[in-house]
Write a new protein. Structure first.
Lengths: 251, 299
């Protein structure tokens, strides 16, 4: 197995909101060709860390780098997939139009989207099994279908890193399986994938690398290594989990 | 009938009024779509009040009231943006504080002047029959700027209205685009003020756009429809005003409201009556689930 150098990294990262610190002294390294799961309870700083890694939030202290260079803002090679709850799903826009907006950074504002752009969007939708609903309104979609459209929009921007905030939350099993398959393909092509989740079993099954986080990094490494009773108790505050079953999944 | 339609056009002041309300209907209708989609109706209402000190100051100094109002609107919209940057002050709170303060300043300044009641009245209810040729040019210029910038930044404005987090991650400067939108909104409000007055200006922004939302799921069609409904409401309202002696602002807004009411009841697919019929049909034939889209393409 090829070990890639870190594509995204944080060194001694601290983020304050107002007077409250969301993250303290975080050091993480994310490699291309790996799926990294960020795990922690609500308010643990998972979304904040993803936003720092995508260049949306500047660290209060410490630094974030992409391919060794400091991240000073959003980067064309880093694609972010927000939580579904961040979006106004009643907005009058079709699945195809939403997918095309993935090209907003790279297309001239003076021209309409070209035929090849539309073909690329249809191909991205085909990849996620949504091409038959290209002309449907987004508010008519189920949660799983909405998540697939988000992924298709992300696929339009062929970046080197893909950051997803809670992609498995509230989606049906076929969508989960499809997400896992697509993330696997992207990983094989060398993309660095990071996703935030509450779901330990999902992470144990799909991630090469797990980061347990609760304001600070509790543990960092392969899921089979970091999913110990002690680490999970520190992360989730003593929530009841079946460690043996998780280990079995991770193995 | 032809005479009925053409009679008002023989007067220059009515020609100006018709052209002005057509322009305002189109401009306010277009930007109003983004006002309702972003839930900014309160901001629209607030801005229309907040321009009052600009109106009074230009009235005192003897300049063009529209330009004074526009300067005030731009200052207030930038101040709202700046104050709502604070983590502790929500956007609607910033709007509330600044619009009430600004309106109070206008009232205080106005009370120091003679002719107070008459001019406050025209600010509150509009004076469309007093539209001059230079007002028309100014309205046209504002229209070109507002519609042109909406067209140029259509993708950015759409993405920011729909998915702000993704927009930010794609490198869009949200603060800058929000300010641009506020300034465009302020310009649309100011040119509408003269036509329908401060109290009713919100209707020019919100009612045609809300009607258009009931009729289409396409953003592009919604902008076109909203503009057309705004212009048609203006036209019909002005005829009613001319023949029935109703104040023009009230007649225009009532027309827009009636069009909204009819659409709300009878619109195909979304109208209350259609929805009720569909609900009954579904109750009788529950196997026809109309809302769930297939996960797999039909084979």
């Amino acid at each position: 197995m090829t070990v890639h150098p870190p594509m995204l990294a944080c060194t001694d990262l601290t983020v304050h909101y107002d007077n409250r610190s969301a993250l303290r002294s975080v050091n993480v390294a994310i490699r291309g060709g790996e799926v990294t799961a960020l795990l922690g309870p609500n308010g643990a700083g998972k979304s904040t860390l993803l936003k720092v890694l995508s260049g949306m939030i500047s660290p209060s202290h410490g630094s974030a780098t992409f391919e060794g260079a400091p991240l000073t803002g959003p980067h064309a090679s880093i694609t972010y997939v927000p939580q579904r709850s961040d979006v106004d799903w009643k907005f009058p826009i079709s699945v195809l139009e939403c997918t095309l907006l993935g090209l907003i950074r790279s297309r001239s504002r003076w021209a309409p989207f070209s035929r090849s752009d539309k073909e690329a969007a249809m191909a991205a939708l085909h990849n996620v099994g949504m091409d038959h609903l290209a002309h449907a309104q987004i508010d008519a979609l189920s949660g799983g279908q909405q998540q697939r459209v988000f992924l298709a929009r992300a696929l339009m921007n062929q970046g080197k890193a893909l950051l997803l905030d809670e992609p498995f939350t509230g989606v049906d099993v076929p969508t989960q399986e499809m997400l896992v398959a697509i993330l696997g393909r992207l990983k094989d092509s060398g993309t660095a994938i990071v996703y935030a989740t509450h779901d330990l079993a999902q992470a144990a099954q799909t991630a090469d690398h797990a980061i347990l986080i609760n304001g600070e990094v509790i543990a960092d490494g392969p899921p089979s290594f970091v999913f110990t009773e002690d680490n999970l108790a520190k992360t989730f505050g003593g929530a009841i989990v079946s460690i043996e079953s998780l280990r079995a999944v991770a193995r | 009938m032809i005479n009925w339609l053409t009679e008002p056009w023989q007067f220059t002041f009515m020609q100006h009024a018709f052209l002005a309300i057509l322009l305002v209907g189109v401009i306010a209708g277009a930007i109003g779509v983004f006002v309702i989609l972003r839930g900014l109706s309160f901001l629209g209402d607030a801005l229309s009040h907040a321009v009052f000190p600009g109106v009074v100051i230009t009235f005192i100094l003897g300049g063009n009231v529209v330009i004074g109002a526009m300067i005030a609107a731009i200052i207030i919209s930038i101040l709202i943006g700046a104050v709502s940057q604070s983590d502790r002050i929500k956007n609607d709170t910033a709007i509330g504080v600044l619009f009430a303060g600004s309106f109070a300043l206008g009232v205080a300044l106005m009370s120091l002047q003679s002719g107070y009641v008459r001019d406050l009245n025209s600010f509150l209810f509009g004076s469309i029959l007093g539209v001059s040729r230079s007002d028309l040019w100014l309205t046209g210029a504002v229209g070109v700027i507002v519609l042109g910038l909406i067209l140029i930044f259509r993708r950015e404005i759409t993405l920011i209205s729909f998915d702000r987090v993704f927009a930010r991650s794609a490198g869009l400067n949200l603060w800058l685009y929000d300010q641009l939108f506020l300034v465009l909104l302020a310009m649309a409000i100011v040119i509408s003020l003269q036509m329908v007055g401060n109290v009713l200006v919100l209707a020019m922004l919100v009612t045609p756009a809300a009607t258009a939302r009931l009729l289409t799921d396409s953003l592009r069609r919604m902008v076109v429809l909203s503009s057309c409904i705004g212009a048609i409401s203006g036209l019909i309202g002005l005829y009613i005003s001319y023949y029935q002696g109703v104040p023009s602002g009230a007649a225009i807004v009532l027309t827009a409201t009636v069009i909204f009411g009819l659409t709300f009841l009878f619109a195909p697919r979304t109208g209350a009556i259609f929805t009720r019929v569909r609900y009954r049909m579904h109750r009788d034939h529950p196997e026809d689930d109309l809302d769930v889209l297939p996960d797999q393409p039909a084979s």
